[in-house]
Design a protein around this ligand. Structure first.
Ligand code: EPU
Length: 427
């Protein structure tokens, strides 16, 4: 039997939970160490499988990787000689394309496989390639590999046709050693973009304006190793906030930056949840019936698409009609079929879901269809009456550190079962 989570619903979450480092910052910062001369020490690294894959890619390329403790890693990429990312590892991960920008910057050449990642419909990389081309590179795509090369990278002005996190990051990486000034217009403003810019600046880069829609990068000659701590994961924090609301619990979410959670906090308050901000923690309490609402996902500082499945689950627990509109991805409602097994009444037309909230869900066997949808299934299971079993949990473990242990610490009745456990029982 494959591994799965088994949840007995109906137990309100209580207590405190500490949030780990941000996945989407970590998967950009780790490849960015390619740019440093000398070792980098990265703190607050989340212990998740996406990070493990990133570190394995670097190790296979010749980098020296040393875990200093559970969440601190020392990376020295001095010995990396070839600008090629092994296909077998890279193809599983969307963020492996950050090696394109980083390797292009250091070697004027990069070869990386076309990216994989969660399936939300078409996920083009035209804006990344447009940026590399503006800096003077040429690219070709053959046999599933992208090859980007330049004689010399020269700073340029790049206007992004869509607001994209990936292209903003890749162009920043490619531009740090480019001659002169690069200006990215219509840049994405997510907290992990600011975090990557702070990391690069702490290595000696000159990046200004990260967090606004115009980012300026003045090319420098050399970046050096640094010590840097990754920001807390806003999506992990938001997931626990919604889990507390869905179970009518009362929890303190620690090690967070409340400002990064503003859009989630505002929406929860509209749904009737009490949220109190402190310096680096946030308390979430739900002690009255949840209210229907409308949500539209948008680039930061809007409501994050990576919280869309979780908030949809919450709205099935409110009475009345709610509407959720996906503003980023073409096809991010695949999980709705799974929620229907739990009694949810949701109709989807393109990017719009109409939820006829009944105030409750019932436990059922379901599967995770991607990372955040998987987290949403866990929330649904925690709130539902009876037992929920969730398959395909490897999706969830790509992005949530110690999810089961953290939930148990809050009083949830959840366990991971599967092949190893069953064998143990048989012996
Ligand atoms: N887009 C283009 N052309 C491009 C790049 C993107 O048209 O060259 C479009 C996409 O199709 C999409 C929109 O622009 O419609 C936004 O895509 P973006 O590039 O911002 O997404 P991404 O960088 O591939 C990151 C996160 C996702 C998150 C999105 C949006 C990482 C590793 N992934 O993806 O996170 O949904 O930004 O915020 O940072 C997750 O963590 O579960 C996750 C999927």
């Amino acid at each position: 039997m494959l591994e799965k989570y088994v949840i007995e619903g109906g137990h309100p979450l209580h207590g405190e939970v500490a949030i780990s480092g941000a996945k989407n910052a970590a998967v950009a910062i780790i490849p960015a160490t390619i740019l440093a001369k000398g070792p980098c020490i990265i703190e607050n690294v989340p212990n998740i499988s996406d990070v493990a894959i990133m570190l394995k890619i670097l190790r296979d390329m010749g980098a020296s990787i040393r875990m200093l403790d559970k969440s601190t890693v020392e990376i020295d990429t001095t010995m990396v000689e070839h600008p090629v990312v092994p296909y077998e590892l890279a193809k599983h991960m969307r963020a492996s394309y950050y090696f394109l920008g980083a390797l292009l910057s250091r070697f004027n050449h990069a070869e990386v496989s076309m990216p994989g990642g969660c399936d939300f419909g078409v996920r083009p990389i035209d804006q990344h390639l447009k940026g590399f081309k503006a800096l003077g590179a040429q690219y070709s795509i053959d046999h599933g590999m992208i090859d980007v090369q330049a004689d010399e990278l020269i700073g340029a002005q790049v206007y992004l046709d869509v607001v994209t996190v990936g292209a903003t990051i890749n162009i920043m990486l490619a531009a740090v050693y480019a001659k002169g000034l690069t200006i990215i217009e219509n840049a994405a403003k997510e907290p992990h973009i600011v975090d990557l810019a702070n990391f690069l600046n702490s290595m000696g880069a000159e990046i200004m304006g990260a967090g606004t829609d115009v980012i300026k990068i003045r090319g420098v000659r050399q970046l050096y190793g640094t010590t840097y701590s990754i920001i807390p994961d806003q999506i992990e924090a938001g997931t626990f906030m919604i889990a507390a609301a869905a179970t009518h619990g009362d929890i303190l979410v620690r090690n967070i930056i409340p400002k990064h959670l503003e859009s989630i906090t505002a929406k929860l308050e509209r749904i009737g949840v009490t949220v109190e901000d402190y310096d680096d923690s946030i308390r979430v309490r739900a002690n009255q019936p949840l209210l229907k609402s409308s949500v539209k996902t948008m680039p930061h500082p809007g409501f994050p698409t990576d919280m869309q499945p979780q908030i949809t689950v919450l709205l099935t627990l409110a009475e009345g009609t709610s509407i959720v509109t996906e503003g980023i991805w073409d096809n991010r409602f695949k999980y709705v079929d799974e929620l229907r097994r739990m009694g949810a009444d949701i109709s989807v037309d393109g990017k719009v879901a109409v939820i006829e909230g009944k105030g409750h869900l019932t436990g059922a066997p379901v599967k995770a269809t991607d990372l955040r949808a998987g987290a949403a299934m866990v929330i649904a299971g925690l709130a539902a009456e009876g037992i929920t079993e969730i398959e395909n949990i490897y999706y969830i473990e790509r992005g949530y550190e110690d999810f089961v242990e953290k939930l148990k610490g809050l009083g949830a009745c959840i366990k991971k079962v599967g092949a190893p456990d069953l064998l143990e029982q048989a012996l």
